[in-house]
Every structure is written in C-alpha cells, then in structure tokens.
Design a protein around this ligand. Structure first.
Ligand code: GTP
Ligand code: MG
Ligand code: ZN
Length: 307
C-alpha cells in the first residue's frame, strides 16, 4: 500500500494516503534506502512510500521509498559536509524572510533559491512581518522587491500579525504540496496558522538578547490546508550549504544570469574576468543586481575552498 510521509520525528513517522487526511504511525524497517541517496535521513516529509501493516496491529512498516519527483537538500555547513533531505515531491517552496528580527541575509536566501532551481521547484519569496517595517523602511522594502523581481521571482509582502497578503498566499498554496522554509523566527509557523486558523503549529518568540528566532519548530510536519493543499512546516535553517555543483554550473541557476549569458563572448564563461562578458555588462547597467552577483561570487569562492 502507498502513502505519503506527513511527519518525521526521528525514527518515527506519520503517513497518510493523500489527498485523504488520516495520519497513522509508521517505522522504517532495517536499511530501507532510496537507491543512490547519500543523505543522513533516509526518509523525508513528502516522500511517497510503500508500507505493510504488521499482524500485531502496531505501527506500519515502511518497506520501500518510491523515486522522488524532486527534493530540497542541504549540506551541513560543518566539516562533515553530510547532506540532509529537507522535503520531497514539492509543488512550491515558500521562502520566508523578514527585513528585521531576524535581520535579512541575502546570500542565504540566494542559496536556497539556487537549490530550488537545481531541482526545478517553483519558489516564491514571502517578505513577512511587514507590520514592523513597512512605514519605517519603505526604501528597503522597495529595494528588496527590485532585487528579486528583476531576477524573475515573485515577492509577496505578508504580515501574520495583521493578515496582510495572507489571502494571496493562500491562493498560491491551494491544491499544492508547499514547503515553508527560512531562518528561525521569520514566522513560518505563524503564517501557516494565519492561512488556516484551525492549524496551530507551535510559535516561538524572538530572543530579546540576539534578536533571532529560538528554533521553536524542531520537526518536519505537513498540515492539511482547508480548501485543499498541504503545507510543510520546517525547523529554521541555520546555514545552507549547496549540494555539489561544479563552478561552471552555478550561474545556470541564477535565472537572470543564465539569460544574459547567451551573449557572453566565451562559453563557458565564469562571468568574472572574461572580456565581452554580458553578465558583467548587465551588472554594470544595473539590470542584474550587484547583491545577486555578489552572492554568486561568494558561492564560487566557497566552492574553491572545499575543492
Ligand atoms: N510583528 C510580527 N511578528 C510576527 C509575524 N510573524 C511572526 N511573528 C512573530 O515572530 C516570532 C517567531 O514566529 P514563528 O512563527 O515561531 O517563526 P518560525 O519561522 O516558525 O521560527 P522557527 O520555528 O524557530 O523556525 C513570534 O513571536 C511571532 O509572533 C508578523 O508578521 N509580524
Ligand atoms: Mg516554526
Ligand atoms: Zn559571462
């Protein structure tokens, strides 16, 4: 029998035969692994699995993990460089950020965006907590929008507190399997609650000392959106290491750089020192944002360090 993993709590799982919502417990038998996967976690929320029901009426046994349509994977940023599959078989990734509390870190957002591009997962950027800074920092909000809209991404402004943008976000999520990802404290769990008040993932506070989230959500868990759709709440990301990409592959996953690179004199072009580089010219003309270009240079640099 086939079902989807809707909660991952270490060695215990909940499964449900989506779109039906009736979660039941399951465990993993022995060494079930998806062929070719080197991730530290064999099963992720969103995985489609085959299971058997034991005679003793205890938890179902996961017997096989079916091939993934796509997934989001991150490398730990410590020395082990082990990889962790965050979620699988997604229709949409909602990448939540805030200008303040916690402070915005663009290179971090760009890494997640690159990963979504690598695996072909559509991404929207949600700028949450606008109630805190819309009036205080309108230029910063406009600048943020410019950077990401010119790169081809949709940017939605929301406030889980006032409900701004929540209807638009609900429309985007309807009927889809959606991962909510981002740093701790940006309001992923709060947004899920405001999309559907019958859902109540635990919400934390912002640490007064560090002005950062407190890693309140500790598990990957899917929630059914009334009206259709499934939302995956996830723990705040601390760092986001890119999976193995060759340096020449990185610019393929910056949509605006990929487009401009058609006109580079050399192929491949690293868009750093080559004469006649259309990407650098686009940066100079202000068509590609310097922030995104700098994120790219940072990724190249990191790649060199670990080689
Ligand atoms: N002012 C304001 N506060 C918000 C908003 N959204 C969330 N918060 C607050 O931000 C804090 C963190 O919210 P959470 O929803 O727990 O954040 P999270 O992204 O789920 O964090 P982790 O689970 O730690 O990854 C809480 O105090 C929320 O009340 C918002 O739109 N405006
Ligand atoms: Mg949370
Ligand atoms: Zn170039």
């Amino acid at each position: 029998m086939e079902a989807v993993v809707v909660k991952n709590a270490g060695s215990h799982y909940l499964l449900s035969a989506l779109p039906e919502w009736a979660p039941f417990p399951a465990v993993l038998r022995g060494r079930v692994r998806l062929e070719g996967s080197s991730a530290t976690n064999p099963v992720a929320v969103g995985d489609c699995v085959l299971y058997a029901l034991p005679d003793d009426g205890e938890a179902a046994l996961i017997t096989q993990i079916l091939p993934r349509r796509n997934y989001v994977i991150r490398k730990s940023t410590n020395l082990s460089r082990s990889a962790h599959v965050i979620a699988a078989n997604l229709d949409l990734a909602v990448l939540v950020v805030s200008l303040w509390f916690p402070e915005l870190k663009l290179p971090f957002l760009d890494r997640i965006l690159v990963t979504c591009e690598v695996y072909g997962i559509p991404a929207v950027i949600v700028l949450n907590k606008t109630d805190l800074y819309r009036n205080e920092a309108p230029e910063e909000v406009a600048r943020f929008r410019r950077i990401y809209e010119s790169a081809g991404y949709r940017v939605l402004e929301t406030s889980a507190k006032t409900g701004e943008g929540v209807d638009a976000l609900r429309e985007l999520c309807r009927g889809k399997v959606v991962l909510f990802s981002g740093e701790s404290g940006v309001g992923k769990s709060s947004l899920i609650h405001s999309l559907d008040p019958s859902l109540s993932p635990k919400v934390g506070r912002i640490s007064a000392a560090h002005l950062q989230g407190k890693h309140t959500t500790s598990l990957y868990e899917m929630y059914p959106l009334s009206g259709g759709g499934f939302l995956i709440d996830s723990p705040g990301l601390r760092g986001f290491g890119l999976v193995d990409l060759k340096p020449e592959e990185i610019p393929l996953y910056f949509p605006e750089m990929l487009k401009a690179s058609e006109h580079c004199r050399f192929t491949p072009c690293t868009h750093t020192h080559e004469p006649g580089c259309a990407v650098k010219e686009a940066v100079d003309r202000g068509e590609i944002s310097p922030e995104r270009y700098n994120s790219y240079l940072g990724m190249l640099e990191e790649d060199r360090k670990f080689r």
